[in-house]
Design a protein around this ligand. Structure first.
Ligand code: SF4
Length: 347
């Protein structure tokens, strides 16, 4: 199955036509024979079909909205970065557990913003305000920006921009592998390129419309060879029959590919690892079951520990003993395969 994202329908804000990228995109999609209509706001899209929540969700994931990001304010993005860099919202993937299904509502259509220069200018101001401190921006807080990169070139532009910023750093994460256009960008080591990985048992079951772990690992090797600071997020981690073997194989295969691709002088010290165990909120569970009524995601509240969250709603995480076992397991794996890598956290 090709994972190349070609939208079924496109909407654009008339203001997007004031930007060369907006014009090129609208004309390009019209020339491709795709239905293109205008909309008054990228935040209010009507006209996405679907009689059921499942159908509406699927159609939304094939809908692209070309907009202008007007808000002056950047959301904070603690603890991994100071600010979110708003380049894209949502993504064409259909991971059953995706938190965007909760935050973006029933129709998480994909939004891209054509005023990239203005967005980067705002980033530049925020960097200036914090000098001499380093200011870090996260490019994937509300999306996976890679599937639409072929249309937007937004990551390429942002990476280049941060390459010129002595006090600015950029990071993003992706499950996608269409990254060739980013390999020769002058990043100057200021962008951390992270891949979200999971074992094939989990990817096949829950991460619909995303590349296989093997494809992601091969792509990460290319990114390493392009001398980007590299990182992996292993998430969400599930316990199932044979989970240690499955995750162990994933770590082993990743280490093998990196060893093959690393240039001389590279050391795992430059690698970051993040581990996130599976968790869910009551709201997320209700949303997921509406969109994926037959989901086999493990979401039995009685099997989990309830933990109050910082935003007033609680989440269901694995039991303390299970968490301890998982944490120890991944710490050992990290030591065995990436001995000096920086383990940022296990949650
Ligand atoms: S790839 Fe990421 S952003 Fe896209 S659906 Fe999956 S979890 Fe969500």
């Amino acid at each position: 199955m090709s994972l190349e994202f070609i939208p079924t329908r496109v909407f654009y804000e008339p203001g997007a036509l004031d930007y060369p990228l907006g014009k090129t995109l609208v004309e390009g999609f019209q020339n491709m024979g795709i239905s293109v209509s205008h909309t008054t706001s990228h935040n209010r899209i009507t006209g996405i079909p679907g009689n059921t929540a499942t159908a509406a969700y699927r159609e939304a994931k094939r809908t692209l909205v070309i907009g202008v990001r007007r808000s002056e304010k950047f959301q904070s993005c603690k603890p991994s970065a100071h600010y979110q860099l708003p380049l894209v919202t949502s993504c064409p993937g259909m991971c059953e557990y995706c938190y965007l299904a909760t935050t973006l509502g029933k129709k998480p259509y994909i939004r891209i913003y054509v005023n990239q220069e203005e967005i980067l200018e705002r980033a530049s101001k925020l960097i200036q305000e914090r000098i001499p401190e380093i200011t870090t921006f996260e490019g994937a807080a509300t999306s996976d920006p890679v599937p639409v990169e072929r249309y937007t070139g937004a990551l390429k532009r942002a990476i280049e921009f941060f390459g010129h910023q002595p006090n600015g750093r950029f990071r993003f994460v992706t499950k996608y592998t269409d990254i060739e256009s980013l390999l020769d960008v002058k990043h100057e080591g200021h962008t951390r390129f992270r891949f979200s990985l999971n074992c094939s048992e989990v990817v096949k079951k829950y991460e619909h419309g995303t590349p296989s772990p093997e494809e992601r690992i091969i792509a990460s090797g290319k990114v390493l060879k392009a001398e980007y600071p590299l990182g992996f997020i292993i998430a969400p981690i599930f316990r199932f029959q044979g989970w240690q073997d499955a995750y162990g194989r994933l770590m082993e295969r990743t280490a093998e590919e990196l060893a093959k691709r690393a240039l001389s002088g590279w050391s795992p010290e430059q690698l970051t690892l993040e581990f996130i165990s599976h968790r869910f909120t009551a709201k997320a569970k209700a949303n997921i079951l509406e969109i994926f009524p037959n989901s086999s995601l493990p979401m039995k509240e009685e099997e989990r520990k309830f933990k109050y969250g910082q935003f007033g709603y609680g989440k269901y995480i694995y039991q303390a003993e299970e968490m301890k076992e998982m944490k120890e397991f991944f710490q050992e794996q990290a030591k065995a395969y990436f001995h000096s890598a920086k383990v940022e956290y296990f949650i």
